[in-house]
Design a protein around this ligand. Sequence first.
Ligand code: NAD
Length: 367
Amino acid sequence: MNIDIACIPGDGIGPEIVAEAKKVLEAVCRTYGHTISFTDLYMGGCAIDRFGVPLPEETVETAKKKAAVLMGSIGGDAKTSPWYRLEPSKRPEAGLLAIRKALGLYANLRPAYLFQELADSCPLAAKEGGRKFDLVIVRELTGGLYFGERWTKTIDGVETAVDTLKYNENEIRRVAKTAFEIAQKRRKKVTSVDKANVLDTSRLWRKVVHEVAEDFPDVEVSDMLVDNCAMQLVKDPEQFDVILTENMFGDILSDEASMITGSIGMLSSASLNETSFGLYEPSHGSAPDIAGQNIANPIATVLSAAMMLRYSFGLTKEAAAIEAAVRKTLADGFRSKDLMPRDPEEAKGLTEVSCSGMGDAIAARIA
Ligand code: NAD
């Protein structure tokens, strides 16, 4: 197969981690007899510097012609970067919101999986028999509070701000369907998360999710309030298979889920529309504090590339080969800086590697 994708390296550590994901993709293509080509595109701060806008038209047009987009991350240090002196609609993050909308990417998938090799990094209290969780958050991505009407004005001398949270049944139905389809391929359990004791949008959410559930009788569905879910993720993450939720709740819960795996540098994500097209990126940001030092952990981006092969190209074996190579690299004791235990006793037998060193180690273990 010829795999022709767009890449958005972006800002900060973005170019460094995307380079390693490309290296691993090239290795898997060599091993499995595919060809691969990459077209690099601008978005975020680097696009502001070059074109004056965070999302150039050409980026959207070229991305639309490809089967998938592999992204690094965008943005800079809000305190020091000149990008954050621009008005909000012209800042790097506006590019990300706009590309999701322009490409119709309404479902965001974030797996949170505890690699047994890293179980000691899991900040949760040890559980008898060890921790073992494997869940995926399906977050609605193009509706809700982040896309509603918003304004700030002074009313009768009082500065007032309003954000609007709006969902229609179609927006809920399509993402719910995605979540149930994913659950069918996993452990067949959907937990729908809302705030139905307070919000009208959540009551509509719950009603539509249960309508969709009728078409998936093999999948067990339950509801959970978002505050309880935040607690349960820490207390008992093993109970979850697929968590389905709206945009803002998903934003917060998926960061929480990422931390219980031990490092934010491990977590991949996919944003999908109703076709096989997807945008794949790590869950973390552009880490300006460590950019340019070749010390970032590229694993989240490498695993995002594996998700891309699975979801956009149907290359299951090749995706599994990448995941196995990551596991083998960790089992062989290779750790990027963020994964190195601070305690020298625990670090015994482990080898600290750079960002490119980690990419080399994973690529060498593709089988
Ligand atoms: P961040 O995820 O970039 O960094 C948080 C902490 O985690 C930092 O200490 C960083 O060094 C560390 N970290 C993150 N990824 C790492 C990796 N792969 N390896 C090792 N350490 C890693 O979050 P932040 O500091 O809040 O945001 C920085 C910038 O990223 C901001 O401009 C923000 O808007 C942007 N951001 C972009 C995206 C995206 O592109 N999708 C997502 C989140 C944040």
